[in-house]
Design a protein. Structure first.
Length: 60
C-alpha cells in the first residue's frame, strides 16, 4: 500500500510540473479547479477547470 501511495504522489507531481511547463500558472489553476471540483463533487468547479484546460490546449 505505501508503494501505491508513493507512485500516485509521483504521478501527481509529474502532471503538475508538466502543466506548469506547458501552460504556465493558468494551467496549474485550471488543474487545481478540476481536481478540487472532482474531489468535492462540485460539478461547477470541475466543469470550469475542464473548460479552462480545453481552452489552454486549443492552438492559438
Amino acid at each position: 500500500m505505501p508503494a501505491l501511495s508513493l507512485l500516485l504522489a509521483v504521478v501527481g507531481i509529474g502532471a503538475e510540473q508538466l502543466m506548469e511547463w506547458r501552460f504556465g500558472p493558468m494551467g496549474i489553476a485550471a488543474l487545481l479547479l478540476l481536481v478540487i471540483g472532482l474531489k468535492a463533487n462540485n460539478s461547477a468547479c470541475a466543469s470550469l477547470g475542464a473548460v479552462l484546460l480545453l481552452l489552454l490546449m486549443l492552438p492559438a
